[in-house]
Design a binder for this molecule. Sequence first.
Ligand code: HEM
Ligand code: SF4
Ligand code: SF4
Length: 398
Amino acid sequence: MTEAKKTPLLDELEKGPWPSFVKEMKRAAANSPSAQDLLGQLELSYVDKKAHWKHGGLVGVMGYGGGVIGRYSDVPEQFPNVEMFHTIRLNQPSGWYYTTKALRQVCDVWEKYGSGLTNLHGSTGDMVLLGTQTDKIQTIFDEVSNFEEHPFDLGGSGSNLRTPSCCAGPARCEFAMIDTLDLCHDLTNEFQDYLHRPMWPYKCKIKISGCPNDCVASIARSDISIQGTWRDDIKIDQEAVRQYVAEGFDIEGLVIAKCPTKCMSWDGNELTIDNANCTRCMHCINKMCKALRPGDDRGATILIGGKAPILQGAMMGWVIIPFMKLEPPYEELKEFLEKVWEWWDENGKTRERIGELILRLGMRNFLRAVDLEPIPQMVQAPRANPFFFWWPEEVVQD
Ligand code: HEM
Ligand code: SF4
Ligand code: SF4
């Protein structure tokens, strides 16, 4: 093991009330030369105010084109134990529910072949194993994928389907209108090939929330955002509503006045909702969860296009299918996804996200390709300029 280097700047970050990552790294460093050297290199980065990783890195396991992010130190003479410091993405279980057994197995393997450092979890959702050498990757993969109980596969990376993720869902949330956990698991299995072997113009992410509260932030962080919703009436327990009011809850100020469509009224005894004008924003249900519940006719809204700024600017997903029933085996959804991917694969430029392709070629081309009719719910407002294009067959010529 390299001699323990002094880390005065990092030591500052052991102070204060929040759990310190420096403390965690030091604990790992007691048994791990690479965690030790990582501390050293990080201290150097704090001094220099710049990263000390080389550009890029291409490593992986046999049969897959993604799942491992290669990384090399640019100061290996000083920190030989992080000369290679690759990251392995393990596909997390839906909703991040673990048994201790599942976690202990991974820890045992990771202590043997890796730095002992992890990220629970990566932003996309994967369990991230931080730091190992090229010659260990295949062994780690072979071991974690061969656990008798709770084996793990790799997650995604590269121009492919990334690891789907979902909210806690019906396992412990009364708002869940679809089985987010089952759907996430099902899609992950169904599209293994797209996930492990990059074949697309760029990355594509799927995230699934059980309701519009969107606890996995699918609208902002996934190309395909699936959010549970309902289309019948909100269920009202009037007695429970009166109970809220009797306990001093300001129903007028906190619920009625805050409803975005002003479709609710309270006469002092009964709560009324004009459901035709409710946009299912969840506010009233969030506020009075003992009295109000989503309806029984449940499904999901599908949004498309969410992405970060590069290249054409950040986008949030926009509605493409206002309501789709989602029950196993989720055929309608899978067919829709295949059509989206087919069109994108055919037309997308290198490193062009789905949202950008739609921006470039237009919704009319996209909708035609995926067999959807344009409907008012797809736009916030009609276009304000008159530069319409017409399909040739739409123009009647005398
Ligand atoms: C604020 C500035 C401008 C406005 C509001 C404007 C507006 C317009 C409009 C309404 C049209 C008719 C489009 C159609 O019906 O197809 C048009 C066409 C055109 N504009 Fe402009 N324009 C502007 C600046 C310019 C400039 C600076 C140039 C060239 C130096 C230019 C060149 C053209 C050309 C060549 C067309 C005909 C294109 C075609 O028919 O294919 N415009 N413009
Ligand atoms: S998104 Fe909705 S269903 Fe999922 S955990 Fe959050 S509140 Fe519950
Ligand atoms: S869900 Fe939102 S829009 Fe619908 S009634 Fe409640 S507050 Fe109003």
